[in-house]
Design a protein around this ligand. Structure first.
Ligand code: FAD
Length: 402
């Protein structure tokens, strides 16, 4: 039994079948939609470039052909470990031999006076996006609380549509925990060039709502007015079902490289879990399609009795204006950052080093660097910082030598 029908849950079901798992597979999901792609919700779907129908990951026929039973619109509310069953909100009890928790994450809610108003919106699900899209089209002034990936992508979509956009960010730069100052500054400049007003070092203390207008009040007394307010202040793991059942959790469900939790027949994968990542050298909870898919794959294989460890190099991407940011590996704030390419031309990569070891590469419109960096990081191969900085140096030569 699988709880959650998104990247991790669906992939686990598919991989279990691929590995020869014969027993019934049932996926229980609280959303009513067939599994869909989430990244376009803040990008092409919001700007009108992709319709709902084109977001579907797998259709009904696929699940039927795989003999996977989909129970959409059903919320799991309790795991009974002693009885090996899951209780649904509908009152049904479903038995399992092995259980995969793939419940993902949810948007962190803004906890300040006035934030409970229906005009303050979040973006996590297709329903959220369908609610946001017409509101964004009708809006004139948009305030985005949080300069993270989702906030910045919505800001870019709104600015391109001619809206007046204000971003309020608590830190002193954009994407502080994910990228180096070089990338933060590049993206800041891209937003400024599109007329976005970015206000750093401000936390929101209240929202005043009057009719269709909202005023966001900041700690320094600053105010930002909008007819649409989006809060993009991070995600929280949906790990409560697991922790209530006594499964060990610490910012997500603790799993090993096979997706196994602290309980032998309970697995977890994707945004709701945390694992020791080989490339980071520490436990991390990642929110990315790659992580959810690859962890789902590992959990499905383990459930089928053909375990294969999760050892994929972490990857992520974000689209803002004409820029594609791609990230491979996991960098840390103290890593040495080396630039390859031309920042002024909007085509460059940042190579991150810990000592002599290449840890991660962030690229803006340089997909070739990403392909090679992924192979380097997977193979623990590191060009020297001088080689990385020299665009005339063909990095592929190093692979040939190795
Ligand atoms: P989720 O996709 O979160 O799905 C979990 C599912 O479980 C949900 O449908 C949830 O409703 C359901 N569920 C939860 N609790 C229960 C319950 N008790 N009973 C039944 N069902 C339950 N990643 C990238 O790599 N690149 C991007 O560009 C990118 N852009 C993004 C843009 C947006 C707007 C969002 C929201 C996310 C984006 N991500 C991106 C992150 C990526 O989508 C997630 O990391 C990925 O969806 C995680 O997959 P998952 O299967 O772990 O969980």
């Amino acid at each position: 039994m699988i709880i959650g029908a998104s990247y991790a849950g669906v992939q686990a079901g598919i991989s279990a079948r691929e590995k020869g798992y014969q027993a019934p597979i049932r996926i229980v999901a609280d959303e009513i939609h067939l599994p869909y792609q989430r990244p376009p919700l803040s990008k092409a779907f919001l700007s009108g470039g992709v319709a709902h129908g084109n977001l579907i990951l797998r259709g009904d026929d696929y699940f039927k052909a795989q003999n996977i039973e989909m129970m959409l619109g059903h919320r799991a509310i309790r795991i009974d470990r002693a009885a090996n069953h899951v209780e649904l909100e509908s009152g049904q009890h479903l038995a399992y031999d092995a259980l995969l928790i793939a419940t993902g994450s949810r948007a962190r809610q803004l906890a300040v006076p006035g934030a409970e108003h229906a005009g303050i919106v979040y973006l996590r699900t297709l329903d959220h996006a369908m609610n946001l899209k017409p509101k964004l089209e009708a809006a004139r002034e948009v305030v985005i609380i949080g300069g993270g990936f989702i906030g910045l992508e919505v800001a870019a979509t709104a600015a391109k549509a001619g809206k007046k956009v204000v971003i309020i960010e608590a830190a002193s730069r954009l994407l502080e925990r994910a990228v180096s100052p070089l990338i933060s500054e590049f993206l800041r400049d891209a937003h400024l060039a599109h007329g976005v007003d970015i206000r750093f070092n401000r936390s929101v203390t209240a929202i005043e709502n009057s009719g269709p207008l909202h005023e966001v009040i900041c700690s320094n007394g600053d105010r930002a007015r909008g007819d649409l307010i989006l809060a993009g202040i991070g995600g929280m793991p949906n790990d409560e079902l697991a922790s209530a059942a006594g499964v060990i959790c610490a910012n997500g469900i603790d799993v090993d490289e096979f997706g196994q939790s602290s309980v032998p027949n309970i697995y977890a994968a994707g945004d709701c879990s945390n694992h020791h990542n080989l490339f980071a050298g520490r436990r991390v909870r990642l929110e990315s399609v790659q992580n959810a898919t690859d962890q789902g794959k590992a959990a499905g294989a383990a459930i089928a009795g053909k375990p294969e460890p999760y050892i994929a190099v972490p990857r992520f991407w974000s689209d803002q204006y004409d820029y594609k940011l791609q990230i491979v590996g996991l960098s840390a704030p103290d890593d040495l950052a080396v630039v390859r390419g031309a920042i002024a031309e909007g085509k460059f990569s940042v190579f991150y080093y810990r000592g002599a070891k290449l840890m991660a590469v962030d690229s803006i419109n340089r997909p070739g660097d990403q392909m090679i960096a992924r192979r380097f990081i997977a193979a623990s191969l590191s060009p020297t910082p001088e080689q990385a900085a020299d665009v005339a140096f063909d990095l592929k030569r190093l692979e040939a030598v190795a």
